[in-house]
Structures are given as C-alpha cells and as structure tokens.
Design a protein around this ligand. Structure first.
Ligand SMILES: Cc1cc2nc3c(=O)[nH]c(=O)nc-3n(C[C@H](O)[C@H](O)[C@H](O)COP(=O)(O)OP(=O)(O)OC[C@H]3O[C@@H](n4cnc5c(N)ncnc54)[C@H](O)[C@@H]3O)c2cc1C
Length: 469
C-alpha cells in the first residue's frame, strides 16, 4: 500500500465493536480500513469472552461428568489435564481469529496492523507492520479497554495476575485469591473452584456482583459458599507480598491470607492513550470515556466512538450494536442506540442472566411492578437432565402487563435470556408470552410458567392460597 491512502471510513480497533462497524460500513458500499495494533478480535476474542467461556466449558463438562453415576453411568476414574484445556482454548482463539480475518477480507475491508493516532480530525498516522497515513471521511474509534493494576502491588504476571495473564497459566494453583467480586472475578472464581482450586474472593463493597442487585447477589453468594468459595466483603487488600511460596495478602482489618496466586479483577481502564485525541479536537471526560450521543457521534463531526471506550455498558454485544449504529450514521443513514433491553450474562455455575429491570430497580424508580417466579425444579425438562437448580422470573407492570425485566438462573440461562430480550425490546406483554406456544419439554417453558404465575393463573404450580374469611 502507498504511503498515504484515502478511505470512506476508517475504524480504529478490531474488537467486537470495531470489526462489526467495519463490516456494516462495507455493506453500505464504502471503502473501509480497519486498523489493529495487537490481535484481530480485540479483548473479547483474545483475552475476554471466548477464552474464558472455552475454559468454563471444561469446568461444565467436568461438573456434568461428576454427576454421571446418578444417570446410571459409571466412570471408574476421572482426571483432567489443565495444560490440555489451555491448549484447546488457545487453538479455538487462533481458529476464530483466522476466520475473522477471512470474513473481513471477504467484505473487501483493508486490514492494517499498527497503532493509529490522530494527526487531524480526518487523518490518522498508523505505526507498525503497516505504517502509513490515512485520510477518511468518517473515523470510528473502537479502542476498547484494558486491565487495571493496583498501584501498591502491580501485577508481576507470575504470582499477581490479571484477567489476561491468568489465561496464560498452564498449571493450576492450589489456591487463588481474587481481588474484586464483579462479574469477571466471579466467573473466574466459579471456573477455578470447579477445577478444585481453593478460591477466596475479597470485595470492597458489601456484596459480590452488587451491580446486578441484592437478590441475584444473595443467590450467588449462597451458591459459592456451598461450593466452598470463601467470600470476604466490605474489606480491601492493602498489601501483597510475593515470595517463592506464593503471596501473603494483608487485608484492611489487619488480618492476612496465604495464596499461591492472586488475581486482580477490579475493573477496566478505557483505552484512549496514544490516540492523540486532542489533534482531533476530542477530550475524554474525567472518567476517561469518549462521550457520544445516541448516534454514537462524538463532539467532532465525522468522528464516532463505540464500545468499551464510551464507558456505557462494557459488553461485547453492546459494542457490536453500537458499531452498527455508528456505521449506519457514518455512511449517510439514520440509526439510534438504545440501552433498555441489554441482556447480561454471568457465566458462573449455574449461569445468571438478566435483561431490563429487576424488581428492586422498578421500585427505586417508583414504577408499579410485580413478579412471577417459576423454579426449574418444577419443569419436566430440568428433571430429565438433572438441571433443577435455579428459576426464571419476570418483572411486569401490573397495570399494562408490559414486561419490564427478566432474570434467570440455571442451566443455559445465557441462551434462555434471548426470549426476554426480544420481548422487552418489542414492548411485549405477559399475554404475548402466555399466548406463545412453547415447545415441551424445554427449559424455555420456564418463561411461560413464570408469566402464568405473574397472571395468577399457574398451570404447573399450586395456586396462591385464598385467605380464609
Ligand atoms: C475476562 C473477560 C471476560 C469477558 N467476558 C465477556 C462476556 O462473556 N460477554 C460479554 O459481552 N463481554 C465480556 N467481556 C467484555 C468484552 O470483552 C468487551 O466489552 C468487548 O471486548 C469490548 O469491545 P470493544 O470493541 O469496545 O473493544 P476491545 O474488544 O477491547 O477491542 C479494542 C481493540 O482496539 C485495539 N486498539 C486500541 N488502541 C488502538 C490504536 N491506537 N490503534 C489500533 N488499535 C488499537 C486493541 O488492541 C483491541 O484489539 C469480557 C471481558 C473480559 C476482560
């Protein structure tokens, strides 16, 4: 490629925000360049969603096999090889990365490997394998986020790890202390506890997954405690000393813990460093976010921002949808971003998934709301497969019947939540759910039964006891 090139649309960063935006812009007939400084696929593919869920799949398989005898299947002895699990994970990431490259090329997108920075609002300098200068009518910033260190004891990636370096571990530690009980910390806790590691979570707030509301937090706390995960809340780590035998972790109450490894999982840093945003006329806000309107436009015409770097909801599917909205607007169309029906999943065992409002959120907003909750224990399919743990719950308006939110805990909650995302996005009511014929026997019947309970007409659940006169 020559030293200076013109493109209709330039996208910086190839995570689930950037690569989806690039494909959408290419579909609109535009000449698109996608610039990536590290690995195609960004955090999600290389050190986020995909590698973690691949390792979690190993733990799920092990958990299922451990129940084999109750299905009449006898496994004489069962062992596992974590090194092979890690190699499988690396292979899957590599394969998807290769497929992604092919997909981008099949859409006629130019891929440049290098770090991009602004030299003006419509020019970028790319430094790296494909050094050059780019001019573009529209630029989409999709630079994502990265791991965050604790200054007092930064990660050494040997004993003190972050969510990226822990994925490079080839041997399991005997014990692991996780600093931070958010969704990423809890997914790692569940994964490693299932693989037999002694896990402790230290969380500064008064509960784990506090962003997901008190009832889900309480459920996960109880589940984790049953699995032997130790949870310390309302306390911080003040010091970590590392040595040949692992780490000594000092807590704010003066007590200490010993652990082979420490995982720091305290949130993410948004990536704007090195972009020379001031040359584009953009200043991130005091939280480091690039502010955008609902068209994903920044304050500078022709420059858009999407994904984690906007600090909205730091999830891959949100980044992708924002990417579609930005690409449509950047190519002469009209699209608006919405955030009221975003499904979120915590891939613990059991899985937790939610969309829209919890009952507590509805109450906080002073919206009248009621719930219908159906335990999976009462479902034929759950009994058949042995996945009886958990429930499906809908939060509805008692006046209009509109579904305001839904939560599901249990086997394959991550797939089940899709039905409720569709319902909330399209303002469906309880009646729409009860009028929909759900296949039998399936876990999705949990939604039908939860909706029937909310309507006070349960079929597979005893009716509410009438008060005696
Ligand atoms: C351990 C973990 C597990 C997760 N699990 C899930 C999950 O199960 N589901 C889910 O929805 N989300 C999950 N996430 C969050 C998800 O990964 C992010 O929300 C998502 O990747 C954000 O996408 P993005 O496109 O904004 O940025 P990113 O995926 O972070 O990609 C940004 C890309 O931009 C590149 N870049 C940065 N600066 C430049 C530059 N100057 N020039 C060129 N390239 C640049 C980076 O190298 C990177 O490749 C997880 C995250 C972590 C850390």
């Amino acid at each position: 490629m020559s030293k200076e090139e013109f493109f209709d649309v330039a996208v910086i960063g190839s995570g689930p925000g950037g690569y989806v935006a690039a494909i959408k812009a290419a579909q609109k007939g535009k000449n698109v360049v996608l610039i990536e400084k590290e690995f195609l696929g960004g955090t999600c593919l290389n050190c986020g969603c995909i590698p973690t869920k691949t390792l979690i799949a190993n733990a799920q398989m092990l958990e299922k096999l451990s129940k084999a005898s109750s299905f009449g299947i006898h496994i004489a002895s069962m062992t596992f090889d974590y090194k092979k699990m890690k190699e499988r994970k690396d292979g899957i990431v590599k394969n998807i990365r290769k497929s992604l490259e092919g997909l981008l090329k099949s859409n006629g997108i130019t891929i440049l490997m290098g770090a991009a920075k602004f030299t003006s609002p419509n020019t970028l300098k790319v430094v790296g394998e494909s050094s050059c200068v780019i001019r573009a009518d529209a630029i989409i910033i999709a630079t994502g986020s990265t791991t965050l260190d604790i200054k007092a004891f930064p990660c050494d990636h040997k004993t003190i790890l972050n969510s990226t370096s822990i994925l490079e571990m080839s041997e399991l530690p005997k014990s692991l202390t996780i600093i931070g009980g958010g969704y990423i910390g809890c997914e790692f806790a569940s994964l490693y506890a299932e693989l037999g590691v002694k896990v402790t979570i230290v969380e500064a707030l008064d509960k784990i997954i506090s962003a997901q509301g008190p009832s889900l937090s309480k459920f996960l706390t109880q589940t984790f405690q049953k699995k032997g995960i130790q949870i310390k809340t309302g306390i911080t780590v003040t010091k970590v000393n590392t040595g040949a035998n692992g780490a000594t972790i000092t807590l704010s109450d003066g007590s200490s813990l010993e652990s082979d490894k420490v995982l720091v999982s305290i949130g993410r840093k948004l990536v704007t460093e090195g972009l020379d945003l001031q040359k584009a006329g953009i200043a991130p806000n005091d939280k480091g976010m690039i502010e955008v309107n609902e068209k994903m436009q920044t304050s500078v015409p022709g420059i858009y921002a999407i994904g984690d770097v906007t600090g909205k909801a730091m999830l891959a599917h949100v980044a992708s949808h924002q990417g579609i909205v930005a690409a449509v607007n950047a190519t002469g169309g009209e699209a608006l971003m919405h955030y009221h029906a975003i499904p979120a999943v915590i891939f613990t065992s059991p899985e937790i998934a939610m969309v829209g409002m919890t009952l507590e959120e509805a109450e906080k907003r002073q919206l009248p709301a009621k719930v219908g909750m159906f335990p999976f224990q009462a479902l034929g399919k759950a009994q058949a497969t042995g996945d009886i743990e958990g429930f499906a719950q809908v939060v509805v308006s008692p006046t209009t019947g509109e579904i305001l939110g839904a939560q599901v805990i249990g086997h394959d909650a991550s797939s089940l939540i899709g039905q409720m995302a569709l319902a909330i996005q399209n303002e469906l009511t309880l009646e729409c759910i009860t009028e929909t014929i759900h296949a039998h026997p399936t876990m999705s019947e949990g939604w039908l039964e939860a909706a029937l309970i909310a309507q006070e007409t349960p079929i597979h659940f005893p009716p509410k006891l009438k008060k005696s006169r």
